[in-house]
Design a protein around this ligand. Structure first.
Ligand SMILES: Cc1ncc(C[n+]2csc(CCOP(=O)(O)OP(=O)(O)O)c2C)c(N)n1
Ligand code: SF4
Length: 342
C-alpha cells in the first residue's frame, strides 16, 4: 500500500471537492474517505454498454447506489426495477448492463415485487440475500405510490431507491408529482398566466416515508457521491423498510448541458430547493448544511425548462414563488450553518 493511501486525515491538505475526477481523485485521500468507486474492488454493478444519454444523472446515481449496496452485502443483492429510463436504457432485449440479479417489474409495482422477493428469501432461509427496489419519480411518487406505502406500512425488508429526475422522462418528459412548480414539460407548457407546471406545491415522498415511521429515510444527490454511498451502505446495514430519494438531473428533460449535471445537482442543494437530510424511525436526525448559499436563479437559469421565468412578467412572479419554497426548506431543515448565511 502506498504512503499516500495510509496518510492520516489530520495531514490531509486537499479537500474532497478540489480533486479532479471522483474515481481517480479519491485515490489521493485517506482510505476511510475513499469512495467505493476509487477501489479496485469496485463491483461495476451497472457496467458499460447501456444507452443512457450523455450526462444522465440517473445512470450515475444508480451505478453508485447499487455498487455501494453490493459492497455492503458482499454482492448478495437482488434488484426489482420499475419501468422507466433506468430499466429501458440498461436492458434493451436481449442485453443487460447489470452485473447483479435484476428483475423488471411493471411501472407501478416495483415495491410489491421486491416485497415478494424478500418474503421468498425469508421462506427459503436465505437471510444473506438483500433486496432493493428502484424506479424513477413517476414510478415512485405517482403510479407506484400505493405499493410503496404498503411496503413501508408492513415494514418489509427492502431498500427502495427513487431516482428523481422530476418528470416522466422515458416517455417524453411528462409532468409527475415530483415536477417542480413552474417547470415546462410536455404536459405543462410555458404559456398563460401561470406558465409551466401549475402544480408541484409540495408532495414530498421522503416526508411521507418518514411519516410511516420506517427505520431509515434519506435524501441524496449525485452532487455528493460520498454522502450517497454512505447512506446506501448505512441503509443496507439495517433491516425493515428503508427509502432513499436521489436527485438526478436529466439533460434531455431539463434542457441542460450534459456537462452541467453535477453542477446543477449541487446548485439545487445550495439554493435550498433540494434539502439533503436523513431520518430514522419517524424523526429527522440530520441535514447537510449549505456550503455556499445561492439564489434559485443560479440553479434555474441554465435549464431550458425554466427559460420562461426570465422572459415575462408572469414568469418573474413564478420565480418569486420558487424562491419562497427554497427559503422555507432552509428554515424547515436548518440548512444554513450560521446566522446571516442567507
Ligand atoms: C401502467 C403503465 N403506464 C404507462 C407506462 C408507460 N411508461 C413507461 S416508462 C414511463 C415513464 C417513467 O417515468 P419515471 O418513473 O419518472 O422514470 P424516468 O423515465 O423519468 O426515469 C411511462 C409513463 C407503462 N409502462 N405502464
Ligand atoms: S432522458 Fe434523462 S433520465 Fe433518461 S437516459 Fe436521458 S438523461 Fe437519463
Amino acid at each position: 500500500m502506498s504512503e499516500r493511501a495510509t496518510m492520516p486525515d489530520a495531514t490531509q491538505k486537499l479537500h474532497f471537492y478540489q480533486k479532479g475526477t471522483f474515481t481517480v481523485g479519491n485515490r489521493l485521500v485517506s482510505e476511510a474517505q475513499r469512495s467505493v468507486q476509487a477501489s479496485i474492488d469496485r463491483s461495476n454493478a451497472l457496467t458499460c454498454g447501456h444507452r443512457a444519454c450523455q450526462g444522465c444523472g440517473e445512470a450515475l446515481g444508480a451505478r453508485y447506489a447499487i455498487d455501494a449496496a453490493m459492497r455492503a452485502t458482499g454482492g448478495n443483492i437482488i434488484a426489482a426495477n420499475a419501468t422507466g429510463c433506468l430499466e429501458v436504457f440498461t436492458t434493451p432485449y436481449p442485453e443487460t448492463s447489470w452485473q447483479t440479479p435484476w428483475l423488471h417489474s411493471l411501472f407501478g409495482n416495483a415495491a410489491a415485487v421486491a416485497s415478494g422477493v424478500a418474503a421468498a428469501m425469508r421462506v427459503k432461509g436465505r437471510p444473506e440475500v438483500r433486496v432493493i427496489a428502484q424506479g424513477g419519480d413517476g414510478g415512485t411518487t405517482d403510479i407506484g405510490f400505493g405499493c410503496l406505502s404498503g411496503m413501508f406500512e408492513r415494514n418489509d425488508d427492502v431498500l427502495y431507491i427513487c431516482y428523481d429526475n422530476e418528470a416522466y422522462m422515458n416517455t417524453g418528459v411528462q409532468r409527475s408529482s415530483a415536477t417542480p412548480p413552474a417547470a415546462r414539460t410536455a404536459t405543462t407548457p410555458a404559456m398563460g398566466p401561470e406558465p409551466g407546471n401549475v402544480f408541484g406545491t409540495g408532495k414530498s415522498v421522503p416526508k411521507i416515508a418518514i411519516a410511516h415511521g420506517i427505520p431509515y429515510v434519506a435524501t441524496a444527490t449525485v452532487a455528493d457521491l460520498h454522502d450517497l454511498e454512505r447512506k446506501v451502505i448505512k441503509a443496507m446495514g439495517m433491516h425493515g423498510a428503508r427509502y432513499i430519494h436521489i436527485h438526478v438531473p436529466c439533460p434531455l428533460g431539463w434542457g441542460s448541458a450534459s456537462h452541467d449535471t453535477i453542477r446543477l445537482a449541487r446548485l439545487a442543494v445550495e439554493c435550498g430547493l433540494f434539502p439533503v437530510y436523513e431520518a430514522e424511525h419517524g424523526a429527522v436526525t440530520g441535514s447537510h448544511k449549505i456550503r455556499r448559499h445561492v439564489p434559485v436563479e443560479d440553479y434555474l437559469k441554465p435549464q431550458k425548462r425554466f427559460a420562461h421565468l426570465f422572459t415575462s412578467d408572469e414568469g418573474k412572479k413564478r420565480l418569486a414563488m420558487v424562491q419562497a419554497i427554497a427559503d422555507r426548506n432552509i428554515v424547515e431543515y436548518g440548512l444554513l450553518e450560521r446566522e446571516g448565511d442567507a
